[in-house]
Design a protein around this ligand. Structure first.
Ligand SMILES: [Zn+2]
Ligand SMILES: [Zn+2]
Length: 705
């Protein structure tokens, strides 16, 4: 922070209380409206566009929020100094699971049942209050750290004009035929009772240890049964064996029937030839087959707890690899996207024994009412007692968890609304190619890979506090996508322009189907809150409904610069680029800076659980905001991790800020001496100028001159 009036050489005290000085400077900025002046002073100058990534107002701000805000402050200030005008509109991400879960916690709720009982209107009101409260905390933190951003003109993703703008954009996508409903296997959080998108999935991987089991499936027909062999299957999700429907083999892979010792006797197992080493050195090859020769051979399933008619045979699937496992993949079509595709091709039934809360249906023997992950133990014991467990290991792997509530996710067959991002993949790749990434490696690495493997965006959520999906449907399944409250007024024949465009109020609005005249009602879903934040380039202006929004958008699209933590690569950075490309055929940003993670002093993630979280305001009150800002800026390249601790910050105060202060103080002192020295004392003058040049700053000595 620049000190007010610093270009006059007043004498400075030897001791400085950095936090107190900062408060004086902040007060000066506020009183004199310095930020607004710094922007208006550049009226008419070329603009440099910055987008504020809206923090989710679901909790108190953390130290990592300071990091992003430091960089988001630095570049706009620098560009302002270079003569550009930099509008900095604050923004708040108000909707979605993060807020709902925080409110559920406050109210002591354990799931959707509690919310429905409480009432959607009352629940959403609580969400709105919670957002307001947390925004206040973010505002104080932002002011305290000296981040210049315009709160008065902030955009709120829950404001009616913002919601209407999002509706308009969805209508554009709808008109292009890219918003569709489909029944697919998708990641699903059983606690939150909703499906999640692929990029949300990417936010929540955690390392866990699961049982990894090798199971015998005895063949009951064909050549394999004649040889008395069993198919050997490997899985890390024993709970899905309850709904085993088929076994997939790769038609192009070679499989062996191997004989191995088993107790007193021998047994025969079918395994991919390349993976047969799993069976040990003593194996004897009895026969080999191409995968394609095994098709339709029936087997006896390991668990028969539920009815699955006309199934349990070998199917062929190209996706089966021989990288790990046995080269035979057990199929459970309700819980695997590949499984569903393959089983559909064979006309196999999709049987789902799970309730939406992730527990087995009460009527399932042995594990009825048990949460899917917790059923593994019981099921493995059962497999053992049935003599079909060949081997059991513990397997450490990265498993997807809900990015908000940390519940392990399931892959679950469910109807969802999708944006067909796969249809614009080439366009996305082209937009990415011209984007200036920092660090550069993200373009072809983390982000480029993500685009290469793009799958459609699951946009709907079976939840409450979010932008309602603006789709109305009649009993004949005709659909209508609404783009504004004005349009909804026209359709319904009554003025609903002042209606809160949230649930449950919009759910009450109905109109006659333009095609068949039957009543159209809104579908029940709300949308992914990541869509909201990705729509901010135009929704922050209320485009296209609000007056002046077209002009504002034209001046500020695309952004010259955005900057957030690296974990936004598959979050905000993705949704921004995707929505921009879907709606305007052009990404909404040119340059993006990815920041490293914030860790504690020992390099661990900060978490409540570890008790190592540093709160931003106390940190700034103790060391000063400048110390924290300096550390965030200077502790390595922007994308390397920052280890934040009191020692590191004290070091900044001592080595950097106080050194600077003393230099500055010495400078002001010597300027005074210099002015007062007699002209003839050229030696003294030259000595002093040398001292100044060398930043000589030993106060006591300097005072003796
Ligand atoms: Zn969840
Ligand atoms: Zn109709």
């Amino acid at each position: 922070m620049a000190s007010p009036g610093s270009h006059t050489f007043r004498s400075l005290p030897a001791q400085i209380d950095l936090p107190a000085t900062e408060h004086q400077i902040l007060a000066f900025w506020e009183e004199q409206d310095i930020f607004a002046k710094s922007v208006s002073a550049r009226d008419g100058a070329p603009s440099w566009t910055f987008y504020e990534g809206p923090p989710t107002a679901n909790g108190s701000p953390g130290t990592h929020h300071i990091e992003a805000r430091v960089f988001k402050d630095l570049f706009p200030r620098y560009q302002t100094m270079k003569g550009k005008q930099v509008i900095r509109k604050a923004g708040w991400d108000c909707h979605g699971l993060p807020v709902e879960i925080a409110v559920e916690k406050e109210l002591g709720f354990s799931g959707k049942g509690d919310i429905e009982k409480y009432g959607i209107a009352a629940f959403n009101e609580k969400c709105r209050e919670s957002v307001q409260r947390h925004v206040d905390e973010f505002t104080s933190m932002t002011r305290r750290m000296g981040f210049w951003v315009d709160f008065d003109e902030a955009y709120w993703t829950m404001s009616p004009e913002y919601v209407e703008s999002v509706w308009w954009s969805l209508q554009q996508i709808w008109k292009k035929g890219l918003l569709v409903q489909d029944h697919r296997v998708a990641p699903y959080c059983p606690r939150c009772g909703t499906g999640l998108s692929d990029h949300e999935l990417a936010q929540g991987y955690e390392t866990v240890t699961d049982p990894s089991v090798y199971i015998r499936f005895p063949a009951t027909s064909g050549v394999i049964a004649e040889l008395g062999a069993s198919f050997l299957v490997w899985t890390t999700t024993p709970w899905t064996l309850v709904s085993n429907t088929a076994i997939a083999v790769n038609p192009k892979v070679e499989y062996q029937v191997c004989e191995i010792p088993n107790g007193e006797g021998v047994e025969r197992l079918v395994i991919a030839s390349n993976l047969a080493h799993v069976l040990g050195e003593d194996r004897k090859v009895i026969a080999t087959f191409q995968g394609s020769e095994l098709e339709k051979i029936t087997y006896q399933r390991p668990l028969d707890l539920i009815e699955i008619p006309d199934s349990h045979f070998i199917v062929l699937a190209d996706y089966v690899t021989i990288e790990d496992g046995t080269g035979l993949v057990h199929q459970s079509p309700a819980f695997g996207a590949d499984d569903l595709l393959v089983c559909r091709r064979y006309g196999l039934p999709v049987v789902n024994p799970m309730a939406p809360d992730g527990t087995f249906l009460p009527e399932v023997p042995l594990v009825g009412g048990v949460f899917f992950k917790e059923a593994d133990k019981t099921l493995v014991r059962e497999l053992k007692s049935r003599g079909v467990l060949f081997r059991q290991l513990q397997f450490e792997h990265s498993y997807p968890h809900c990015w908000r509530c940390h519940t392990p996710l399931m892959y679950y067959a469910q109807p969802s609304w999708y944006i067909r991002t796969t249809a614009i993949k080439e366009q996305l790749l082209a937009q990415n190619a011209k984007t200036d990434w920092h660090p550069e490696t993200i373009k072809t690495g983390r982000y480029g890979d993500w685009l290469e493997n793009n799958i459609d965006w699951a946009i709907s959520r079976n939840r409450y506090w979010g932008t309602p999906l603006p789709l109305w449907r009649c009993p004949e399944n005709h659909l209508h996508c609404v783009g504004s409250l004005a349009e909804l007024s026209d359709l319904s024949g009554k003025d609903v322009t002042a209606t809160d465009p949230h649930r449950p109020f919009v759910d009450d609005i109905t109109f006659a189907c333009p095609e068949c005249s039957q009543t159209m009602t809104r579908v029940s879903e709300v949308i992914d809150c990541w869509y909201d934040s990705g729509a901010m380039p135009f929704a922050q202006w209320g485009y296209p409904h609000k007056e002046g929004s077209a002009q504002a958008l034209e001046q500020a699209y695309p952004a010259d610069f955005i900057c957030e933590a690296i974990d936004q690569t598959r979050g905000w950075f993705y949704t921004l680029m995707t929505i921009g490309t879907l709606v305007f055929d052009e990404s909404s940003y040119k340059t993006v800076l990815c920041l490293g993670h914030i860790l504690d002093k020992d390099g661990r993630k900060m978490s409540k659980h570890l008790g190592n979280v540093l709160q931003p305001i106390p940190l700034m009150d103790q060391h000063g905001a400048d110390a924290v800002r300096w550390y965030m800026l200077a502790a390595g390249s922007p994308w390397s991790a920052r280890r934040v601790g009191h020692d590191a910050l004290s070091d900044v105060v001592r080595k950097t800020l106080l050194t600077y202060w003393n230099t500055r103080r010495s400078h002001s002192l010597h300027r005074t001496y210099l002015r007062d020295l007699p002209y003839r004392d050229a030696d003294s003058r030259s000595l002093l100028s040398v001292c100044l040049r060398w930043n000589w700053c030993l106060d006591d000595d300097a005072g003796n001159y």
